[in-house]
Design a binder for this molecule. Structure first.
Ligand code: CAA
Length: 380
């Protein structure tokens, strides 16, 4: 399968590569160390259109298509995985769900500014006791006149602190997937606060927090989609989100491969460059094969989505394969760097940590395999 990219897709990829190299790469290690949120870079990304890539022109977006979006996201991840995960959740899940399910009013109030990068979106599905099984959520939204009263805790929410709007999933009826609804919640609501901020292994410049709801009154007009439609909104949002995480994983792995090639060409042992040793040449060859195999799955999933076809299986395959590939490749990159790979002065140490979460978030890879099997065999 040979993917021929259009002129426009190549141009967007080049623009993202240049931006990432100039603006993100020089700051990534420091932001990883200090956990500084990349607010300035996100502002510039908004100006360049990277935060409204999938939004239609009607709402100020680029409407660039999922393939171009995936290419750009990989380039951003190549330089800074923290910035890439913020970009991914914002574009794929948040903007995507608001465009698909939002009212005209909601699109004007949220989607248009989000597409311009005025604020970032967060997606709050997971809870302390409901991760892989989001139907087990206990966060409730009880109707009270023209409001809903929200109570509960959301956990591991990317951009939950620094984002400007949260797509919150809560129970509006006691049982089942059709008892879950989605709301657009903003930090100005009384009874909504940010709880603990996680101190993570990687992707440290993106905030991951608890969101606490204590009798928080949300106007009914802030419901996204109709009552009971929340689980479907979340699942279809995650189909798109998983293509984003697959693209991000690919970007981290590409960066690890590039660094390994550079290092092995310069490092001398036994009187010759590492790149002259067959053992290491084969490692580089294996890493490159792995990266290319993932790239095809990622581009395929993006193309399936762009053609408007059901992308559930393709997205899960891409996410599952690319994230496991990223772990293999970043691990091999450390091996090639030897002792230097284990210290923070060399970027492969960060790539290895940044890659680790990709087999976990937006559905563990065990969940991805359930999704793929369900698509192929039907549900049990
Ligand atoms: N698109 C649309 N609707 C879907 C769907 C999809 N891809 N998948 C399921 N649905 C619908 C079903 O059709 C069904 O609808 P009906 O009730 O109308 O028939 C309903 O949803 C329930 O489906 P299931 O019975 O299959 O649901 P389930 O409870 O068995 O769960 C699951 C299936 C795939 C395991 C799902 O729970 C899942 O994906 N779990 C993982 C959760 C996850 O990915 N969390 C990530 C959190 S977000 C995050 O990490 C972002 C971040 O910050 C980086």
């Amino acid at each position: 399968m040979a993917f021929e990219l259009t002129k426009e897709q190549l141009m967007i990829q080049k623009m993202a590569r240049e931006f990432a190299a100039k603006e993100l790469a020089p700051l990534a290690a420091e932001r990883d160390r200090t956990h500084e949120y990349p607010a300035d870079s996100l502002k510039k990304m908004g100006d360049l259109g990277f935060l409204g890539m999938l939004v239609s022109e009607k709402y100020g977006g680029e409407n660039a298509g999922t393939v171009a979006y995936s290419l750009a996201l990989s380039e951003i991840a190549c330089a800074c995985a923290s910035t890439a995960v913020i970009m991914s959740v914002h574009n794929s899940i948040c903007c995507g769900s608001i465009e698909k399910y939002g009212t005209e009013e909601q699109k004007e109030e949220f989607l248009r500014p989000m597409a311009a990068g005025a604020f970032i979106g967060a997606f709050a599905l997971t809870e302390p006791e409901a991760g892989s099984d989001p139907q087990a959520m206990t966060c409730t939204a009880v109707r009270d006149g023209d409001h809903y009263i929200i109570n509960g805790t959301k956990r591991f929410i990317t951009s939950g602190k620094n984002g400007g709007v949260v797509i919150l999933l809560a129970r509006t009826a006691e049982k089942g997937s059709r008892g879950i609804s989605a709301f657009l919640v903003t930090h100005d609501f009384a009874g909504f606060s940010v709880g603990r901020i996680e101190d993570k292994m990687g992707q440290c410049a993106s905030d991951t927090v608890d969101l606490l709801f204590n009798d928080c009154r949300v106007p009914a007009s802030r419901m996204l989609g109709s009552e009971g439609e929340g689980f479907k909104i979340a699942m279809s949002g995650l189909d798109a989100g998983r293509i984003g995480i697959a693209s991000l994983s690919l970007g981290i792995a590409q960066a690890a491969l590039d660094e390994s090639i550079r290092y092995s060409r310069n490092r001398k042992q036994f009187g010759q460059n590492l790149s002259g040793f067959q053992g290491l040449r084969w490692m580089i060859a294996d890493m490159a094969m792995d990266v290319e195999a993932a790239r095809l799955l990622v581009l395929n999933a993006a193309a399936v989505k762009e053609h408007g076809e059901n992308c559930t299986a393709a997205a899960s395959m891409a996410k599952c394969y690319a994230s496991e590939m990223a772990q293999r490749v970043t691990g091999q990159a450390i091996q090639i760097h030897g002792g230097y790979g284990y210290i923070k002065e060399y970027p492969v140490e960060r790539f290895y940590r940044d890659a680790r979460i990709t087999t976990i978030y937006e559905g563990t890879n065990q969940i991805q395999r359930i999704v793929i099997a369900n698509e192929l065999l039907g549900r049990q």
